[in-house]
Design a protein around this ligand. Structure first.
Ligand code: NAG
Ligand code: NAG
Length: 409
């Protein structure tokens, strides 16, 4: 249902085996299926897609934000739409807990999707399933996006050009003092699939992303839960946590602490992140890492200089940065190539490669995904299905299809 391209069919075919294997581990997951709405709401996928594409026209962050909602929903009490509930007297919602308040976003778009689905097939598609469908669409929509970016790490200055029709010019802004230059006539960056990363300080880099996939057959049939678990939000992996903690939290929800952790972290190939996550305690990698009054020694010095300009000490914690400074809005494997050169933004990103524990566990997977986008895409699709299988509610006595994602019926 995701797409009719041959590639999608291949990926889906490969996944059948994987999913079949999973059924042994998660009994309840066996009740989810790809064609759950085939009879009751056959256009569900296209309806969601239409709303998302419209939303993206005025909100370039929306795709990354929606994946984060699915992730934050699934890790707390399972994929049951619990994150979407508003707080009411007697029940404080997950959305008001520390990991979500002020950073979880996209709720009005979920409302718009729900409204469109209710108009077409009232009372049929759950809010939990909306998040699962929206995540797949979000990845597919950004996979073929092109960005050519000229980066000057030491001058905190860059210019983006979405790929137009073939010819364009990049001009450095007047504040830049790096290697000045302009590029005309369809630069090679938009002709290759290989990234060309900035290789030293004060150098500029051009890079691009492309290629097809990953799409996957989204498993459906979750019901919406009737409660939200404010304190359960502590189960969410936090950006300042070390590898051992991240692995423990993944395993606690039945995911693999190595490959699922590394693959799903790859969603940081797009999206924005507030300065607080790199310049404020307890995540202060720029100024006072682990209370040492020193920067995190694992961070590349040119990248640190770049981030220090954007996130000065005691500056505005809410200023936004790209999680993937190389291709900020493209779904590709540059998240991993950044980590390889010590340009992971969060502690939880760089730990996957730099933690002593990473040797022989997560680091080889980072290496593999950095060198093969196809390997990343295949694992990401599989891990998204695994995540979507976390404790789904399928028993009608335990859940419902909400009419409004913000409140129980
Ligand atoms: C910048 O690069 C040069 C040459 O690679 C190196 O000698 C120097 O230490 C670097 N400076 C910083 C601040 O990284
Ligand atoms: C750095 O962190 C330590 C431990 O949290 C704290 O005691 C110290 O005051 C911090 N230093 C500064 C300059 O804020």
């Amino acid at each position: 249902m995701a797409s009719s391209t041959p590639r999608a069919a291949t990926v889906a075919g490969v996944l059948v085996t994987v999913v079949a294997a999973l059924y042994g581990l998660h009994g309840a997951a066996a009740q989810l299926c790809e064609n759950y709405y085939a009879e009751t709401c056959p256009d569900a996928y296209d309806i969601v897609k239409k709303v998302l594409i419209e939303a993206h026209q005025s909100d370039e962050r929306i795709y990354a934000s929606l994946i984060r909602l699915h992730f934050h929903d699934c890790f707390v009490q399972g994929c049951d739409g619990s994150l979407l509930l508003d707080s009411v007297p007697g029940m404080q919602s997950e959305k008001d807990s520390l990991p979500n308040k002020g950073s979880a976003r996209g709720f009005p778009v979920v409302d718009a999707v729900k409204e469109a689905l209710e108009a077409a097939c009232p009372g049929v598609v759950s809010c939990a399933d909306i998040l699962a469908i929206a995540s797949e669409i979000s990845v597919v929509e950004r996979t073929n996006a092109w960005t050519c970016r000229w980066l000057l790490y030491t001058h905190a200055n860059y210019i983006d050009h979405p790929y137009p029709s073939g010819y364009f010019t990049l001009l450095l802004s007047s504040t830049a003092t790096g290697p000045a230059g302009s590029i005309t006539n369809s630069p090679p960056c938009c002709r290759t699939t290989r990234p060309w990363l900035p290789s030293g300080n004060n150098t500029a880099g051009l890079s691009s992303g492309n290629s097809g996939g990953p799409s996957w057959g989204v498993l459906l049939g979750r019901l919406d839960g009737k409660t939200s678990d404010f304190t359960g939000s502590g189960n969410l992996p936090a950006p300042f946590e070390d590898l051992a903690t991240l692995q423990r939290k993944f395993r606690a929800v039945g995911l693999n602490g190595d490959v699922d952790l590394v693959a799903l972290s790859g969603a940081h190939t797009f999206g924005r992140v507030q300065c607080a996550n790199v310049a404020d305690p307890p995540a202060d990698r720029l100024y006072n890492f682990s209370g040492t009054n020193m920067p995190d020694p694992t961070m590349d010095s040119a990248y640190r200089a770049f981030l220090s300009q954007r996130c000065p000490r005691n500056g505005d914690s809410r200023v936004l940065n790209d999680l993937d400074p190389t291709t900020p809005d493209t779904f590709d494997n540059h998240y991993y190539t950044n980590i390889e050169v010590n340009r992971g933004f969060l502690t939880s990103d760089q730990e996957l490669k730099s933690s002593p524990l990473a040797q022989g566990t997560t680091a080889p997977i980072v290496d593999q995904f950095a060198s093969s986008q196809d390997a990343f895409f295949a694992s990401f699709a599989q891990s998204m299905i695994n995540m979507g299988n976390i404790r789904p509610v399928t028993d009608p006595s335990q859940g419902e299809v909400r009419k409004n994602c913000r409140r129980v019926n």
